[in-house]
Design a protein around this ligand. Sequence first.
Ligand SMILES: [Zn+2]
Length: 142
Amino acid sequence: MPKPKNTPRRPAPVAPASPCPCGRAATYRDCCAAFHEGRATAPTAERLMRSRYSAFAVGDTGYLLRTWHPTTRPGSLDLDPAQRWTGLDILGTTGGSAFHTEGTVEFRAHYTVHGHADSQYEHSRFVRESGQWVYLDALPPA
Ligand SMILES: [Zn+2]
């Protein structure tokens, strides 16, 4: 039996003129929305990672799946509508520039669930496929 499809959720709509959830000093329209809407592609692994964080914040599962490497991409993605993403700290990067085909981004993403603040740490690997950065997987904890 096929499971009923949920309507896409947008847990925390972000206005185009609002500050971008990814934390860069730009509006959402001029920053990650350009990637979410397909007007541009992320030039570096860090920008891709930031845009994926923003996609979690605005509930854009389509973008998360599109920017996931086909070998590691899940079949579908359900976001917890109670989870509110509240900030992103980039802790370090390796490679990931226009001159690289691989890169890593180490980050801590902050969120609240039902008023309880928590965070998620990850050291992510990215690869450039046909000129576009995609998320590959997470490195095991050091
Ligand atoms: Zn952004």
